[in-house]
Design a protein around this ligand. Structure first.
Ligand code: FAD
Length: 465
């Protein structure tokens, strides 16, 4: 009998297994696919970033190199090679997880894990053979799948989800994206940089609607420069395909119908928790009406020896949130007292400029009735940004008007994804804006923009604005 079985090898599952093994538990992991790493490594974070990086290189070579005094002739995209490189990056990463399983002496069982009872899991392999495993404790980390609208027939050729968008055979001529969230905008950026026309149809009145409104507005400006076309406050009512042509129909807020024709439609309206085949009921594990595994504050399910983490439970659907929860449960099982600070899980959009956020948005603070001081610093005023030519965007710091504690940091600009870590550390230690304003930041760096925004939040005393 294992001390712990983890079902699902995404960033939640494999991290939980590693931490449990480090803490001395006899651990196994069950994964239905032949490669480890889940959505994130196979069809999510990693392949999307590989294509984002490649397409960014091309875009810069085509549009900004000349300005830097670098002239290229006969520049062209070898899309097949781009996708092939992406596959190599994925392969290296999933092999890395395989190595980590071996190193930590974690048994890997390939197949679909389904509960027989709360201590027994049946693993059904591809050839139909089954194996029964028993465990004292189990962690469900079965992740999520792309969501769809009931009237859309995903043919996975031209009406596609993010999974197929990472494996296209050609650059679309006109990609219509349903949903202006993180995944749609990242994949839209890849293809816009490679020359596709990109149209985004979004139901809400702004893109990346869950983030601070300033970020959405700024990002929309930047993406428009890249050639994106936006249809905000439009409700998609139909998607039709005729041969190579796809038509998306949508209604605007005045009930007028528009139709957009393209050659590919990407449906990116979010993701839904995945529990198919798990037979959760046999173990007494409750699934709620959103399809999530129901958990308490310790991530324990309705069965007292079974926990659940990551995309399959409530909260942000992010790899690093899943990882934190994996560590949390493993340490809880070992009798430790870990914690996860959900407020300080950063959110990032890997467009260019990148968007990164942590803590409360201005809208949330207004709703809570908290009085705030705001400091903003545009990258246009940063020497580092001018040197690299990445002058779009700003850093926005929200600090408590009375105590000066930083309550939210929202950035759009170069390397914001990496820069947000400083804000996470500051907020974890409950820094005031003044604390950051008094710390030396190397010059010239993009991070000076965070310091300047903090100076701005404390008595409007930014030095370079
Ligand atoms: P998953 O990664 O979904 O893994 C679940 C695993 O469980 C899968 O491998 C599945 O096959 C397996 N499984 C399911 N049921 C069973 C079963 N019954 N038996 C055995 N195995 C089973 N997040 C970020 O933080 N940063 C990003 O940049 C980012 N980019 C993304 C880009 C795209 C295109 C997409 C789609 C997602 C992105 N995400 C990103 C989200 C991120 O991928 C998820 O939040 C993360 O993978 C969730 O991890 P998880 O461990 O909960 O589940």
């Amino acid at each position: 009998m294992y001390d712990l079985i983890v079902i699902g090898s995404g960033p939640g599952g494999y991290v939980a297994a590693i931490r449990a093994a480090q803490l001395g538990m006899k651990t196994a992991i069950i994964e239905k696919y032949s490669t480890l790493g889940g959505t994130c490594l196979n069809v999510g974070c990693i392949p999307s970033k590989a294509l984002l990086d490649s397409s960014e290189h091309y875009h810069n070579a085509a549009h900004t190199f000349e300005n830097h005094g670098i002239n290229l002739s006969s520049l062209k995209v070898n899309f097949k090679q781009m996708v092939s490189r992406k596959r190599d990056v994925v392969k290296q990463n999933v092999e890395g997880i395989q190595y980590l399983m071996k190193k930590n002496k974690i048994d890997v069982h390939q197949g679909i894990g389904s509960f027989k009872d709360k201590n027994t899991i049946i693993v059904t392999k591809e050839d139909g053979k089954t194996e029964e495993l028993t465990a004292k404790k189990t962690i469900i980390a079965t992740g999520s799948k792309p969501a769809n609208l009931p009237f859309i027939n995903l043919d996975k050729e031209r009406i596609i989800t993010s999974t197929e968008a990472l494996e296209l055979k050609e650059v679309p001529k006109h990609l219509v994206i349903i949903g202006g969230g993180v995944i749609g905008l990242e994949l839209g950026s890849v293809y816009a940089r490679l020359g596709a026309k990109v149209s985004v149809v979004e139901f809400m009145n702004g893109i990346i609607p869950t983030m601070d409104k300033t970020m959405g507005k700024e990002l929309q400006k930047s993406l428009k420069k890249l050639g994106f076309e936006f249809y905000l406050q439009h409700k998609v009512t139909g998607v039709e395909r005729k041969g190579k042509e796809v038509t998306v129909t949508a209604e605007n807020s005045k009930n007028e119908t528009i139709s957009i024709k393209g050659d590919y439609v990407l449906v990116s309206i979010g993701r839904k928790p995945y529990t198919d085949g798990l037979n959760a009921a046999a173990a007494g594990v409750k699934i709620n009406d959103k399809g999530q595994v129901e958990v308490d504050e310790n991530l324990k399910t309705s069965a007292d020896n079974i926990y659940a983490i990551g995309d399959v439970v409530k909260g942000a659907m992010l790899a690093h949130k899943a990882e934190e929860e994996g560590v949390f449960v493993a340490e809880t099982l070992a009798g430790q007292k870990p914690h996860v600070n959900y407020l300080l899980i950063p959110g990032v959009v890997y467009t260019w400029p990148e968007v990164a956020s942590v803590g409360y948005t201005e809208e949330q603070l207004k709703e809570k009735g908290v009085k705030v001081k705001t400091g903003k610093f545009p990258f246009m005023a940063s020497g580092r940004a001018r040197a690299s030519g990445d002058v779009d965007g700003l850093v926005k710091v929200l600090a408590d008007a009375e105590t000066d504690e930083i309550l939210g940091v929202h950035m759009i600009g170069p390397r914001a994804a990496d820069m947000i870590a400083e804000a996470v550390v500051a907020m974890e230690y409950r820094a005031s804006a003044e604390d950051i304003a008094r710390m030396s930041h190397a010059h010239p760096t993009y991070t000076e923009a965070f310091k300047e925004a903090c100076l701005g939040a404390t008595d409007n005393r930014a030095l370079h604005l």
